[in-house]
Design a protein around this ligand. Structure first.
Ligand SMILES: *[C@@H]1O[C@H](CO)[C@@H](O)[C@H](O)[C@H]1NC(C)=O
Ligand SMILES: *[C@@H]1O[C@H](CO)[C@@H](O)[C@H](O)[C@H]1NC(C)=O
Ligand SMILES: *[C@@H]1O[C@H](CO)[C@@H](O)[C@H](O)[C@H]1NC(C)=O
Length: 420
């Protein structure tokens, strides 16, 4: 190679690098202004009514998606083979858009054509839930820890409940004890993140073995982004948060606690026995020799009571050692609802209607029905019973601990168990 050719090559490479640098810098400046907090002041987040995605992609978002794509291929560490499948082609056709990205990723931003019965009611319910959430996030007299934290200040490890499906542009924040097994199954099928024994991605959510559903390796979560995108990871998160449809399912916080207690302490569970029942029994029961295994404990009747479990939750020492386990950690700490502008807030109390509506809104209702749940659900009507043996003062303290979840998601204060 001659000297002048080498020089030319260097100039070309140098300019390419400058362009990349400028794009990234410009884009960073652009998105640094996304203030998830004040974005609540904009009238209604209508990502799912299909107006925003198209209008955004026509205007300022074009810049974002180009950079997104560029970075994606540039940082292509382990992006999956993204040949459009038939389904994706279909959805791209339905969307009527030939945008490269839609073809590659298979989004379906197509406008809704059928107005099914109950659809409007469901939309109103969603608007109400989102309005309530925004109202309290923006209310400076309503406070709780981490409320005013910026998205950028949320540590990576606290973003481990946000599951991303790049194929359809969906983000799900899972809350244990709120039908999360089924929604995780749905996310695995959508993102084709797991292969069955024949080496083909699972098509039927119910075929996925339970242990694989809960295996962290089956999901792409935000806390893993740094491995894929390095120093661009926050940037990528923000782009995806802006462009994708984000959903969450919640449940009455006290009923969720009862449900967690039932499944982790009333059933023999070695891991939970060792990590939680032993400390609970040691600190709050009169057992002198706490059995060392769940089997032994169950045969000798050494089980934490619900009241000891509550004591454990209220004891400040508990969180000094380790944050609450995800099964009883507050939703506001798992899913950051004041930092992330969820498009859909489902509730376990209306799971069937909400699931059907969500699948329809995401345009994936033709792929499979939402898997039924067979488990013995904890009913809200049990609350009085379960709390009857808990001292009033503890119940009130417990309410304080979970108040943000009650308020943000519109669950009325359970006065019947908080007053004498
Ligand atoms: C703001 O929160 C406080 C405390 O929870 C409440 O009393 C007040 O009514 C709220 N304001 C609005 C406008 O919702
Ligand atoms: C433990 O023993 C003390 C004294 O006998 C009793 O007051 C307390 O209620 C017991 N606690 C439990 C959890 O059984
Ligand atoms: C569901 O659980 C409750 C309490 O654990 C129990 O009383 C009831 O029999 C169970 N129902 C079924 C159908 O298993």
């Amino acid at each position: 190679m001659t000297k002048s050719r080498l020089f030319c090559l260097l100039v070309v490479l140098g300019s390419a690098f400058m362009v990349l640098f400028i794009i990234v810098y410009w884009d960073n400046v652009g998105t640094a202004n996304i203030n998830f907090h004040t974005s609540f002041s904009k009238s209604l987040p209508t990502h799912l009514t299909e107006e925003i995605p198209s209008s955004l992609s026509a205007t300022e978002n074009n810049g974002l998606s180009d950079v997104d794509m560029f970075l994606d291929s540039f940082l292509n560490f382990d992006t999956k083979n993204e040949l459009p499948s038939t389904k994706e082609e279909k959805s791209a056709q339905r969307g009527g858009s030939n945008s490269f990205e839609e073809n590659v990723r298979g989004y379906d931003w197509s406008s809704r054509t059928k107005l099914e019965e109950g659809f409007l009611d469901q939309e109103l319910i969603q608007e109400e839930r989102k309005f309530n959430l925004r109202k309290f996030c923006g209310n400076s007299s309503f406070n709780f820890p981490t409320k005013d934290r910026d998205f950028d200040d949320i540590p990576n490890k606290e973003l481990d409940h946000l599951i991303v499906d790049d194929r359809h542009g969906i983000i799900y924040c899972y809350v244990p004890k709120v039908a999360c097994t089924n929604w995780k199954r749905v996310m695995i099928v959508l993102s084709e993140s797991l292969l069955d024994k024949k080496g083909v991605p699972y098509q039927d959510p119910l075929e996925i073995p339970r242990e694989d559903v809960h295996n962290i390796n089956s999901h792409l979560t935000f806390n893993k982004f740094w491995r894929r995108y390095g120093k661009f990871s926050r940037h990528m998160m923000k782009i995806k948060l802006k462009k994708y449809s984000k959903f969450i399912f919640v449940r009455d916080p006290f009923v969720r606690l009862i449900s967690a207690f039932r499944s982790k302490f009333e059933l023999e569970n070695e891991d939970f026995y060792k990590s939680f029942a032993i400390p609970i029994l040691t600190r709050f029961s009169n057992w002198t020799n706490v059995p060392t295994s769940a089997g032994e404990a169950f045969s000798s009747g050494a089980k934490p009571s619900f009241s000891q479990f509550i004591q454990y939750l209220l004891d400040p020492k508990t969180e000094e050692e380790k944050p609450f386990n995800e099964h009883w950690r507050q939703v506001y700490r798992l899913c950051h609802p004041c930092q992330i502008d969820y498009d859909f807030i489902g509730k376990l109390e209306t799971l069937d209607e909400d699931a059907a509506q969500l699948l329809r809104q995401l345009n994936i209702d033709s792929l499979f029905p939402f898997p039924p749940s067979y488990r013995n659900k904890t009913a809200s009507s049990w609350e009085d019973d379960w709390f009857s043996k808990i001292p009033l003062e503890w119940r009130q303290k417990l309410y304080k601990l979970y108040e943000p979840d009650f308020v943000l998601f519109g669950y009325p204060k359970p006065d019947n168990i908080l007053k004498v």
